[in-house]
Design a binder for this molecule. Structure first.
Ligand SMILES: [Zn+2]
Length: 137
């Protein structure tokens, strides 16, 4: 079996975080270590991160940093109406993928459910009714 170094010859030496691929058993472990290092680096520079986010939301949704700050301060999910605790779950901007119109902040999971159900909301209701029925038995 090929070693990870042989499989990824371009990953030679250490990367910008001083992490060497050859020191890891798998590429996944190496990748995790790199993500951790990247997160730590970002924490050291929150202003830069914020600026990046601002320009991204401006580009994606056409909203100003002030508007984004207002959305970010919202702690009630636009979709389910429940409280959002960011220590438990990420909150995300819910928007129309065609028009890019922003609706509000939502739980990451609610956004995922909405994304899946969008094409067929009646099916989501049927599934929800079935879950309720099964839980009551
Ligand atoms: Zn929600």
């Amino acid at each position: 079996m090929k070693s990870i170094q042989e499989k990824r010859p371009h990953n030679k030496g250490s990367n910008k975080f001083g992490i060497k691929l050859e020191n890891f058993e798998s590429y996944e472990e190496y990748s995790k270590a790199c993500s951790k290092a990247r997160d730590l680096e970002r924490k050291d520079c929150p202003k830069r991160i914020r600026q990046k986010r601002y320009s991204a939301v401006k580009r994606w949704y056409g909203i100003t940093p002030e508007e984004y700050e207002k959305y970010e301060a919202i702690n009630t999910c636009y979709l389910c109406g429940e409280h959002m605790d960011i220590t438990k779950e990420r909150k995300v901007l819910h928007h129309n993928h065609k028009t890019n119109k922003v609706y509000g902040m939502v739980h990451d999971s609610c956004n995922l459910i909405e994304g899946i159900a969008k094409g067929n909301p009646d099916k989501l209701r049927k599934i929800s009714d079935k879950i309720k029925k099964d839980n009551s038995n």
